[in-house]
Ligand binder design. Structure first.
Ligand code: ADP
Ligand code: F6P
Length: 320
């Protein structure tokens, strides 16, 4: 393969820049031509691309967001959009594309691969909700940001003898909530994967109060059915403990990536180029037991990820 492109698609995630850098540098070192495609599949359809040199990706590894921008591109879901993208690839001589994003982006990558443009997907999302991989680029940074924010909220909850109910991102998955909850000593972690009972949580809080506990933190994943405001109101009603709701929101998606995100992104980016160099496409790269591996995209999309109930049980057992 002589010419490849790189794009980022769907929600951005810290570490995407490190992946873009790794893909560009690896491919250039192997004598390939590399194009940066702006704003995901939208840029591919419109031809918003630029030729990358070694210096095009300088000074980006420490930056959050994605320097080639990202987008959700409805047009790409339809045959007409796919054909426009294919025609643009042929015009530019693009034989392969590294797509950094989530499941939706991989569906697009499979569609394009089926039309002759070989794509390799890299898992880039803070949610860690991609089944074929135990780790997604951006997850570690987002968790550490949430952890820092919750620590700050805990300071003020402690000062006022309050309960803080903090909502973290994760879409339909509770991985961010579970891990940040454990790391912040949350009294309860509410995730979409596991049923919860607010009466039981209130009871536990009142028992802890008898033991001398004065303040509480409950971490809520955005994917549960009730609003965080409503959880805080109900907890206050059931316990008499003054409660406040905080939604962390997009603060979790930005910021300088952690070492882990930078390193994994670099490994995955390099691995993607290895595949394309061998003419292998329609694959998703993942991490399993700390090893970088790859899967057929359809197979990857049909996999199911088990929620770590052992960790969830530990979170409950060690919290008061
Ligand atoms: P993520 O990749 O983070 O899951 P989205 O679900 O928003 O984010 O998908 C990102 C983009 O991938 C979409 O805007 C669209 O361009 C493309 N995409 C999503 N689903 C499909 C699909 N079924 N077929 C083709 N392209 C898709
Ligand atoms: O997938 C990443 C994520 O930040 C989710 O955690 C969240 O539900 C969603 O994206 C928010 O997306 P938007 O960019 O539309 O606000």
């Amino acid at each position: 393969m002589k010419t490849i492109g790189i794009l980022t698609s769907g929600g951005d995630a810290p570490g995407m820049n490190a992946a873009v850098r790794a893909v560009a540098r690896t491919a250039l070192n192997r004598g390939m031509e590399v194009y940066g495609i702006r704003r995901g599949y939208c840029g591919l359809i419109s031809g918003d691309v630029f030729k990358m040199e070694q210096r095009s990706v300088s000074g980006i590894i420490q930056r959050g967001g994605t320097c080639i921008y990202t987008a959700r591109c409805p047009e790409f879901r339809h045959e007409e959009g796919l054909q426009k993208a294919k025609a643009k690839c042929e015009e530019l001589g693009l034989e392969g594309i590294v797509v950094i994003g989530g499941d939706g982006s991989f569906r697009g990558a499979a569609d394009l691969s089926a039309r002759g443009i070989l794509c390799v997907g890299l898992p880039g999302t803070i949610d860690n909700d991609i089944s074929c991989t135990q780790y997604t680029i951006g997850y570690d940074t987002a968790m550490n940001t949430a952890r820092e924010m919750i620590d700050r909220i805990t300071d003020t909850a402690q000062s006022h003898d309050r309960c803080s109910v903090v909502e973290v991102m994760g879409r339909g998955a509770g991985y961010i909530a579970l891990n940040t909850g454990i790391s912040c000593g949350a009294t309860a972690v509410l995730v979409p994967e596991v049923e919860y009972n607010l009466d039981d949580i209130a009871k536990k809080m009142l028992q802890s109060k008898v033991l001398g506990k004065t303040h509480f933190v409950i971490v809520v994943s955005e994917g549960i059915k009730e609003s965080t405001e409503s959880i805080a109101t109900q907890i206050q009603e059931k316990t008499g403990i003054e409660s406040r709701a905080t939604i962390l929101g997009h603060v979790q998606r930005g910021g300088s990536p952690t070492v882990r995100d930078r390193v994994v992104a670099s490994q995955m980016g390099s691995y993607a180029v290895d595949l394309l160099e061998q003419g292998i496409g329609n694959r998703v790269v993942g991490m399993v037991d700390n090893k970088i591996v790859d899967f057929d995209i359809q197979e990857a999309l049909s996999m199911k990820k088990e929620f770590p109930m052992d960790l969830y049980n530990i979170a409950n057992e060690i919290s008061i």
